[in-house]
Structures are given as structure tokens and as C-alpha cells.
Design a protein around this ligand. Structure first.
Ligand SMILES: [Zn+2]
Ligand SMILES: [Zn+2]
Length: 187
């Protein structure tokens, strides 16, 4: 067995064992003295979908453990477009998407796909995690509204197209969608 895998198993066991405040403190102190193990916990926490930034490697072990345990259900969220404005990797086309900056981006500007992770925008309360497939788009005021259907649970929802932002939605892809809805955009 590779040393890495051994470390990973150790990290997993540690994260699971830290189920009480006392254990978290005790095991956290152990991490404070073992950099290799701390790195393994950080990797494992990220793999589980915990919100661990790069500098989490410098956190006290106790905090690293607590954060590594958090939000197992959010494991799909790592590669997810969300209503929060943050960078993500599109899980449909692989595009590295940058923050929109003027508003929250909740779908990929290239392929327009999104993920079913929110009940209301930004809450990430929908455990579904399915791919939200754009089915058509229609004019709404001076913009466009993209309609989605979840590939897993079938729920339908709509998102606003983002045109006046950093890295705006792909115009050709939008036009193709509005054509699907029988609406003809002009520009
Ligand atoms: Zn995409
Ligand atoms: Zn769904």
C-alpha cells in the first residue's frame, strides 16, 4: 500500500473520531505536531466537500478537524455553480468559471448548465445535486430568462441570463435556447 493511501486512511479515521469537542481538541493537538497528517486531513476534508481554503493548512488542528467534518452533504458542492458569486468548475463542460462580480453567478456562461443545489438562491439546501439542463430561454424585460429541468429529479426552475458581467453568458448558446422556445432575439 502506498504511503499516501495509509495517510488517507489515517486522516479519515481521525476526522470520524473527532465527534466530540474533547476528541476534537485531543486529536487536533496531535495534528499540530504532525504536518504530514495535517496535510492528509486537509486533502480528505476537501475531498468530502468541506469548505477548506488553501490557508486552512496553517489553522490549528482542532479547527481544521471541525471544518473537515462539516457539511458532508455538501460534497457535490465543490464543483457547483451556485447563486453565490464565486469561481467554480462547470461539472458539465469543465469550463473554469470566474466570478461574475456585478451579481451572483449560478450557471456556466459557456454551456449554461447549472446544478440543483439550492431551494432558494444561495442556500444550498437542495440535496439533489443533479445537473440542471437548460431547456429553453425567453425574453424577460431587457434580458433573458433561462428555464431549467433537473436531470435527476425533474424539478423545473428558471435563472436570469447574465449578459452585463465579467465573462457573460455565451450569446450563441442563448440564441439556440430562445429558438427552442420559439422566441427570436435580435441584437
Ligand atoms: Zn459549462
Ligand atoms: Zn434535482
Amino acid at each position: 500500500m502506498a504511503d499516501d493511501e495509509g495517510r488517507r486512511g489515517e486522516a479519515k479515521a481521525l476526522i470520524e473520531a473527532a465527534s466530540t469537542r474533547g476528541e476534537m481538541k485531543r486529536l487536533g493537538a496531535q495534528l499540530d505536531h504532525d504536518h504530514a497528517l495535517r496535510l492528509a486531513v486537509w486533502k480528505e476534508g476537501r475531498r468530502r466537500g468541506a469548505d477548506l481554503p488553501d490557508d486552512a493548512l496553517t489553522w490549528p488542528g482542532k479547527r481544521l478537524l471541525r471544518k473537515s467534518r462539516a457539511r458532508e452533504a455538501a460534497s457535490q458542492v465543490r464543483t457547483t455553480p451556485t447563486a453565490r458569486d464565486e469561481a467554480f468548475t462547470c461539472s458539465h463542460c469543465g469550463e473554469e468559471v470566474v466570478p461574475a462580480q456585478r451579481t451572483a453567478r449560478d450557471h456556466c456562461p459557456r454551456c449554461l448548465h447549472s446544478l440543483h443545489v439550492d431551494r432558494v438562491p444561495g442556500d444550498r439546501a437542495a440535496g439533489c445535486g443533479g445537473l440542471l439542463v437548460p431547456v429553453d430561454a425567453e425574453r424577460r424585460g431587457d434580458g433573458f430568462r433561462i428555464r431549467y429541468r433537473c436531470a435527476v429529479c425533474g424539478e423545473e426552475r428558471a435563472n436570469k441570463a447574465l449578459l452585463e458581467v465579467v465573462d457573460p453568458d455565451d450569446w450563441e448558446a442563448l440564441v439556440a435556447l430562445t429558438a427552442a422556445a420559439g422566441d427570436r432575439p435580435s441584437r
